[in-house]
Design a protein around this ligand. Sequence first.
Ligand code: GAL
Length: 819
Amino acid sequence: MVSLRFLLCFLFVSNVYATIVSHDGRAITIDGHRRVLLSGSIHYPRSTPEMWPDLIKKSKEGGLDAIETYVFWNAHEPTRRQYDFSGKLDLIRFLKTIQDEGLYGVLRIGPYACAEWNYGGFPVWLHNMPGMVFRTTNKAFMDEMQNFTTMIVDMVKKENLFASQGGPIILAQIENEYGNVMGPYGESGKAYIKWCANMAQSLDVGVPWIMCQQNDAPQPMLNTCNGFYCDNFVPNNPNTPKMWTENWTGWFKQWGGKNPHRTTEDVAFSVARFFQRGGTFNNYYMYHGGTNFDRTAGGPYITTSYDYDAPLDEYGNLNQPKYGHLKQLHDVLHSMERTLTYGNISTIDFGNSASATIYKTEEGSSCFFGNGNEKSDATISFQGESYVVPAWSVTILPDCKNEAYNTAKITTQTSMMVKKPNEAEDTPSTLKWSWRPENMDNFLLKGKGESTQTQLFDQKVVTNDQSDYLWYMTTVKFKKRDPFLGKNMSLRVNSTAHVLHAFVNGKHIGSQHAENDKFNYVFEKDVKFKSGRNVIALLSITVGLANYGAFFESKPAGITGPIFITGRNGDETIVKDLSAHKWSYKTGLIGFESQLFRTESMSKWSVESVPFNRTMTWYKTTFKSPLGNDPVVVDLMGLGKGTAWVNGNNIGRYWPAFISSENGCDANCNYRGAYHAEKCLTNCGEPTQRWYHVPRSFLNAEGDNTLVLFEEMGGNPSLVSFQTTRVGSVCANVYEKNIIELSCDRKPISAIKFASFGNPYGNCGSFVKGTCESSNNTVDILTQECVGKEKCSIDVSSEKFGAPDCSGAARRLAVEAIC
Ligand code: GAL
């Protein structure tokens, strides 16, 4: 009887205290086991529920233990006390998908997210509440934050999803990187963070709460690190394990910006160094970045693609070699879990940034040999052996003898992705278009909106962010003999509109958009005003609301003025200030209100004289869904800026006309040395984003599909086409005594384009034979082993390929296979 009670009590306790922090702060302990935790961020609304199982499965196969996500308040509560958890917003379904796959979850409730998400995840109605200031001891803010946070916690508890209830969620987060912006909030900021901690604790989730980048995190909050490197991070409390909530695997992209890349070697280096120096939890931000559908992109100016150069690309394909090289690292780290979380740590410093760290338990030892020097390789002598550790790399030896992994030696294939034409269409290049003009008569000619004020308002205040578009309209009367008239007149608008289109008396006088990160500018155009009534109509467009910085909620958007008409007569300038005129406002565009993007829309479309380069124009076409299961993209080359819908689903803002600058790209990107977001860029002088993701679940596999575009600046839709994206070729470049697997991702390998064993050089797609090469026909051997197969495993050895004399230098196999 006693023993049964003891057993029940034990079971009960182990369930209730599923996740705790080990008493010495070395690790997170789950169900009594100290863990080395590898985790990855996937944001549920940046993919579709149909994609979740595959993304999470691939995460698990990639060696992850956990998935981390923010919760996006403005998506769930678009209107105060009206909630949406449907489709992509089905948080519970996402968490259950994680659970079904046997992974843990890290729930970052925030509710401030940042995340390059519109307004950092805050609802704009919140900003418009009286006396509101975000993220400080403001009663109205704290009440709303508590309300939303409590609701999320209750929802999750109801489904028993916290680890304390037997569910997958092992950690929860409150706030986000507040420490980085706290200064300007003064004492209130400090009080606010204490309030956050108490509020979170009071919700009694039964798992630890984390606060990232908060080095004054009140106990028992766990302070964690974000950045490209976190090996130097020391949590503020010695009992807090060393945890990394955001290891940035790449970076985000802005309209006008280039494609960021963080090398695989450098990501692996940062992770290995972190574990060398006592790390215990590493989360990749992002593991899958995904897509900013609809109006969810933050900003200003975050692109629709949120690919992030993450291990899984925007569409869910493996981004190789990043995915595979990290998977190998995870396997090695997991194999050392016990020594890493219990072992005594000792370090030997060899100088010149080289060091060895030994984790020792009674059962055995594990070692890391690190070389942080950017230029020179290090030779480390350890227990009678000598090891070469390449510059900017870490070697891991799970038994302190044999090298199992080096962060700079990639033995995973590189995959080159290609776009394929839509084979379901007979003539894919000739989609048939119909069109409609956006109806603007009431605004352009009458200046008639929904409300009037004798003031210029911030766009957020008027629209509640229900739309990107806001008309600001006024009328100006001139008498026939007005001294102004005809005197070289111009309209001058001090603007914080991300994009501005200006019309006078129905005529488009010009457009301007913010450039080079300067979101306030002066728009000035010469205008001919007439005697009598003139209508000025300014269309202000937001392209994602600010998501970062102290008091970012008050960053202006729209036309906050002043606005002037100026007339010049010789040396004399007459200025008329229109700022306090009667301004008429209209949120949104008519075509959006009448839902022209819906497939079942009954509005009339014309197939006659489809115009090109016409501003404010709707286009529509039908197409067949591309065959197969490869991810689908639509190529919007030729278009200007606007929004696209497939079968009524908003696939995001497009802006291929925004060309990124010519300079700053680096074809020969060097992984050595600290990464920053300006390093290793590509796509210079090209459209910032040309291809847009169309998730398969948006498409009808049989029959017709509809694409609707609202083109705002003018463009040519005749080049638009649907394509699929898949692996086109795979390459490897590995030293002798390694095994390399080539895989075309469930498609057969069709040919070996290049193969050489010796000292070949170059990159995937441009390999060249070196000065030494084996006499055996390497292409023939690999053709035999690989062609016709979905994958093949190649043992890179002199026995197989012959032993060319490379003057003592290590031999390598370079191979390029066509999928
Ligand atoms: C961090 C933030 C994330 C994301 C990241 C950059 O500061 O916590 O949400 O914005 O930067 O991608």
